[in-house]
Design a binder for this molecule. Structure first.
Ligand code: GTR
Length: 427
């Protein structure tokens, strides 16, 4: 006989099963239907561990910032090396007559290891001629320095490069990879025309971007020097660390204004740039170009790429701890707005593309807006509207945001906004 009690337990069981299935579906499946985004709660970036809301920039710097940074180390990127090693470098090549004599090209080998000369990254720079040190845009490229410009004098990367990249055969770059399809991501002439230098390196010099890459990257080669085991950090951590060593070099280069180093990263390199900007406050300005999941966007918002998907596809990008949230983003003590808040009070630009729903443009906007609360502590203005702006309508002051038409990429439009922003901020 079916009693009322039995019916009640059957109903409870079905609800529980439905809920667990729908949570699982949310993590494995990517949602791109705004009406299906369930409610979520973001951790309050101003709420301190002692339950009190912080009110001053001093409290942020002293208490909350280190706390949130540590949460990122523990839950997403792994430990950031605490030991400092000095870089050494060698100018491999320099030519002061490029772009009709208006700029210098310089290629610098930066040695990361104190003794082992096989651990290095090659920095390609284009520097506009100027009487004064110039500001610089620095960032990684996806397929070797030769890919950003069809300049026959740029050394072809010897490092492992992902397959399916134009001009790359058996994971090695060939002549055909010069100025290949990632070339638009670094519009050198445009950047120079605004008085900025360009400094870029191939991220694979630091750690090849595949699950076994750590075996030949700095997580292995620098393990003893940095006193940190490969599994204690992540590929993202290694790439961020590499950017800081590039910063070490830039601060030694007399042609560069070391106080005006703007860091820009696209996509996975945008995630690395945000972690580098959070870890090293010498980066005076940070640009996140469509960094998406694990970067600027909100993981707790079920839209686009999920924590579960990114960790399954790229198991080496983040720490093992991040994987434990794949089925339960509600338990994450952090979210994108907190990563962005670690850039405060330095100028921050977050950009999305309409055709890149995978990165969740709205999540990136909401995250940037929320980070503005920390900027307010410093008397700086973030984004003062709750309404997602239309295409090509940048909003915000010290935290700025835009969404443009087109696919997941870096375009001239993006760069024009970053240059205008950096010029105004560095005045
Ligand atoms: C995608 C990944 C994104 C983004 C992108 C990229 O496959 O899911 O998180 O990082 O790669 O870096 O191009």
């Amino acid at each position: 006989m079916t009693t009322k009690k039995n019916i009640a337990s059957i109903v409870c069981l079905s609800v529980a099963l439905f809920l667990s299935n729908s949570t699982r579906a949310q993590t494995f499946v990517s949602n791109t239907d705004e009406s299906k985004v369930p409610a979520y709660t973001l951790p309050d970036v101003l709420l301190m561990q002692n339950g009190r809301k912080l009110k001053t920039a001093a409290e942020w710097n002293k208490v909350q910032r280190p706390y949130i940074y540590q949460l990122y180390e523990e839950n997403q990127f792994g430990t950031y090396p605490k030991i400092k090693t000095a870089i050494r470098y060698k100018i491999l090549e320099s030519d002061s007559h490029v772009f009709k004599g208006t700029a210098t090209r310089k290629q610098v080998r930066i040695y990361l290891h104190p003794t082992d000369t096989s651990v290095y990254t090659d920095l390609l720079m284009y520097i506009p001629h100027s009487k004064k040190p110039v500001p610089v845009f620095v960032g990684y490229n996806f397929s070797g320095n030769q890919s950003i410009q069809s300049d026959p004098s740029v050394f072809i990367s010897q490092a492992w490069i992902a397959p399916k990249t134009k001009g790359v055969v058996n994971n090695r770059a060939t002549e055909n990879s010069r100025g290949n399809d990632t070339a638009t991501q670094w519009p050198v002439k445009e950047i120079l025309s605004h008085g900025f230098a360009v400094a870029t390196a191939y991220y694979g010099d630091i750690e090849p971007d595949h699950p076994e890459g750590w075996k030949t990257g700095i997580r292995t080669t620098m393990k003893d020097v940095l006193n940190i085991q490969p599994e204690q950090w992540s590929a993202m951590g290694a790439w961020a660390y590499g950017l800081s060593r590039i910063m070490d070099y830039l601060q030694k280069d007399k042609t560069i204004d070391g106080k005006k180093v703007a860091l820009m990263g696209h996509s996975r390199l945008g995630k690395a740039a945000l972690w580098a900007g959070a870890s090293d406050q010498r980066f005076a300005l940070v640009v996140s170009n469509e960094s998406g999941e694990g970067g600027a966007t909100l993981s707790k918002r079920w839209y686009g790429e999920t924590v579960k998907i990114i960790n399954e596809k790229f198991p080496h990008w983040f720490s093992a701890s991040y994987k434990t949230y794949g089925d339960n983003t509600a338990a994450l003590p952090i979210d994108g707005h907190m990563l962005l808040s670690l850039i405060a009070p330095r100028p921050l630009y977050v950009a999305s593309a309409e055709g890149d729903q995978w990165s969740d443009p709205k999540g990136e906007f909401l995250s940037a807006k929320e980070a503005g609360r920390v900027y307010s502590l410093f008397g700086k203005k973030g984004i003062d509207t709750d309404k997602m702006p239309g295409l090509h309508q940048p909003v915000g002051a010290t935290v700025r945001y835009h969404i443009r038409a087109g696919k997941h990429d870096v375009t001239l439009y993006d760069w024009q906004q970053y240059l205008k922003f950096a010029e105004a901020q560095f005045k």
